[in-house]
Design a binder for this molecule. Structure first.
Ligand code: NAG
Ligand code: NAG
Length: 191
């Protein structure tokens, strides 16, 4: 199963426009949020806006010589945990670029709910991403409709203010950086 670019774009569109409750992977993903091989890493997602109670967690790579097909490493992850520590005993992939994390339907792994931005797994001993770059999603996921809608709107507002160049992270010009800024803004909100 290949990385699904259209689904990814749809997620970004929904994130930027704030139209519906969405499940988005905040970390890892993109140039600033990598993993370190044979080390503890984590996954953080938008648990407060997720329409799902649980999902299967997979890792994929765009290069079939790295990984032929997505590999599930958590069969059933509760959404309300908001983030999960991934020790090397749970998944241990070689250093490479082009990895993505997928959150999928526990009954059908090819029904992918959310795909991270591509990220690198750096060699053992590499530094971790700066804590300032790492989004957190603490707090309870009550899943109330009003709460989710408010968060989505606030996230979109924060994303658009970031995109207008009000902070350093938004100073990047690549098209992908708007999404990165939106994701960073969401991460700050959930902190
Ligand atoms: C996990 O998700 C599936 C599919 O959405 C759902 O049918 C099931 O009830 C969920 N299980 C728990 C324990 O929440
Ligand atoms: C699993 O999900 C994929 C993608 O949504 C879908 O095309 C396929 O029909 C599903 N398989 C089953 C057995 O439901």
């Amino acid at each position: 199963m290949k990385f699904s670019a259209p689904a990814f774009s749809a997620t970004l569109f929904a994130l930027a426009s704030g139209v519906t409750a969405q499940l988005t992977i905040l970390s890892p993903g993109g140039p600033d949020l990598w993993w370190v091989a044979q080390s503890d890493n984590d996954i953080t997602w938008t648990c407060k806006t997720s329409p799902y109670t649980n999902f299967t967690v997979l890792i994929a790579n765009s290069d079939p010589t790295v990984l032929v097909q997505p590999q599930a490493f958590i069969a059933q992850q509760n959404n309300f945990d908001c983030s999960e520590l991934i020790t090397k005993d749970r998944v241990n992939m070689p250093p490479a670029t082009g990895y993505t994390i997928q959150l999928a339907d526990p009954f059908n792994e090819t029904n992918v709910y959310a795909t991270s931005q591509p990220f690198e797994i750096k060699p053992l001993g590499s530094v971790y991403p700066a804590s300032s770059a790492t989004p957190t999603a603490t707090g309870s996921a009550t899943g109330s409709a009003s709460g989710s809608a408010t968060e989505t709107k606030a996230g979109a507002a924060a994303a658009s203010s970031s995109a207008s160049g009000s902070n350093g992270a938004a100073g990047l010009v690549a098209p992908g950086s708007l999404a990165a800024a939106a994701i960073a803004a969401l991460g700050l909100m959930f902190a």
